[in-house]
Design a protein around this ligand. Structure first.
Ligand code: IFM
Length: 457
């Protein structure tokens, strides 16, 4: 890819992103790109059910076809190889690889073997997420993540996949963003399965994290050459005023978004402030659970997108108060790169056992259009460059960040927002499935090429 935009994405000359061993990649997830909802024995997931329920997803969109990546993965990987990246992060669709009796589905498993083999041939490191939200519907019918048994079914699934794919994976991630699964899926009803009960969210989180902890030793045993970790989305907050109440509100926001997930993983306990925020929502925890959840991690994946401005709600909690006049993305999210830097530095301070970090997602949605074969996504180029620099600053401050994945390789099914919100480096015309690398893809390719030249001198 030749770029008229060479250098527009280049991070500062002393940035860690230039280092040859710093992993630069792009990420996707199964339900968001694969389509082929009924192919080769794939069973329904909670997102099939949810997206086919009228009123749940913008414009009535669903993932039946998505980017049709299940059939177009070879040409998608050719586009990926033109970016000159070091790694690719994908997720496995649980309902594609196992039946309701827990038996393997060889056709589904072979699909992922082919993907991983091709990525390896292309010289890319392979980060594989086991659960990026597509829970088999038959497990939801038995209670989903409210049922403790789902954690054990997840461990069985992790066991099977790590036996089948052993040697093909660079790094396993058990869960993607358990905060979203629990809070959006069980408290806010904005994601599948669409429940609306805060207490459910805390119980679902406990079972998600338990499933993670049960899976870790199995992944290590079955695939000893791979790293094992988990991916958490994190949020930065700012107080509306300097009052003690608003500052406490901003702290509680970060407890709810970050410590609720990171404390059990890295300290073996839930933050007490979570129950100050939501009294009476303590989950049922059995003896030994917290030790299982706090299993040692080889790495922590961090997904970061935006900052939220909050004020005290006058009681125990906070209310979001959008800041006027700040730069925003198509999602309405504030662009605030220093939030990522500050969170990383804070995690290093607060968690003595913090493992090495990969930024497993960062990126932005814009209302991208193809004009004369070109997608001019200048805001994305600037967004990425500023976030590269923010991560580099955290690295200079001592945070051990090993890599960074752009979300996302392709425009895709953005959950409750359907196909309207475009996060890709590559534009997808959903009517024709035609792909157009955006200017950000050209700029990224120019950077990776310059990095290779610099590192071979
Ligand atoms: O598209 C999602 C992804 O699936 C999980 N992290 C956030 C992205 C943007 O909303």
């Amino acid at each position: 890819m030749n770029s008229p935009l060479a250098e527009s994405l280049f991070p500062s000359a002393d940035s860690g992103f230039w280092q040859p061993d710093f992993l630069l990649g792009a990420a996707t997830a199964s339900y968001q790109i694969e389509g082929a909802a009924h192919a080769d024995g794939r069973l329904p997931s909670i997102w099939d059910t949810y997206s086919h329920t009228p009123g749940k997803v913008l414009n009535g969109d669903n993932g039946d076809v998505a980017c049709d990546h299940y059939h177009r993965w070879e040409s998608d990987f050719e586009l990926l190889s033109q970016l000159g990246l070091d790694g690719y992060r994908l997720s496995i669709a649980w309902p594609r690889v196992m039946d309701a009796q827990g038996r393997p589905n060889p056709k589904g498993i072979d699909f992922y073997k082919r993907l991983l083999d091709r990525l390896q041939e292309q010289g890319l490191q392979r980060f594989v997420t086991l659960y990026h939200w597509d829970l088999p519907q038959y497990l939801e019918d038995r209670g989903g993540w409210l049922n403790r048994d789902t954690a054990y079914r997840f461990a069985e699934y992790a066991d099977l996949m790590s036996r089948e794919l052993s040697g093909r994976v660079t790094a396993w991630s058990t869960l993607n963003e358990p905060w979203c699964s629990a809070m959006l899926g069980y408290a806010e009803g904005a994601h599948a399965p669409g429940r609306k009960n805060r207490r459910y969210a805390l119980q679902a989180m406990h079972h998600l994290l338990l499933g993670h902890g049960l899976a870790v030793p199995l992944l290590r045993r079955n695939d000893p050459g791979a790293q094992v970790g988990i991916v958490a989305n994190v949020g930065k907050s700012s107080p509306q005023t300097d009052s003690p109440a608003d500052r406490r509100a901003a702290e509680l926001f970060e407890v709810q978004h970050n410590a609720w997930v990171l404390d059990p993983l890295l300290k073996g306990s839930y933050p007490a402030a979570m129950f100050e925020l939501y009294p009476g929502t303590e989950p049922l925890i059995l003896e030994g659970d917290m030790a299982v959840i706090a299993s040692r991690l080889d790495y922590l994946g961090i997904n970061y997108y935006f900052r939220s401005n909050v004020e005290s709600d006058g009681k125990h909690g906070y209310t979001e108060v959008p800041l006027p006049g700040v730069e925003r993305t198509q999602m309405g999210w504030e662009v605030y790169p220093n939030g990522l830097r500050d969170l990383l530095i804070g995690f290093r301070r607060d968690y003595p056992t913090l493992p090495p970090i990969y930024i497993t997602e960062n990126g932005m949605a814009s209302d991208d259009k193809v004009v004369d074969g070109v997608v001019d996504d200048a805001q994305r180029i600037s967004f990425l460059k500023r976030h590269f620099n923010a991560v580099s600053e955290a690295m200079k401050a001592g945070v051990d960040v090993r890599g960074y994945f752009v979300w996302s390789l392709l425009d895709n099914f953005e959950w409750a927002y359907g196909y309207e919100r475009r996060f890709g480096l590559v534009h997808v015309d959903y009517a024709t499935q035609f792909r157009t690398p955006k200017n950000s893809a050209h700029a990224l390719a120019a950077f990776t090429a310059a990095r290779k030249r610099r590192n071979t001198l």
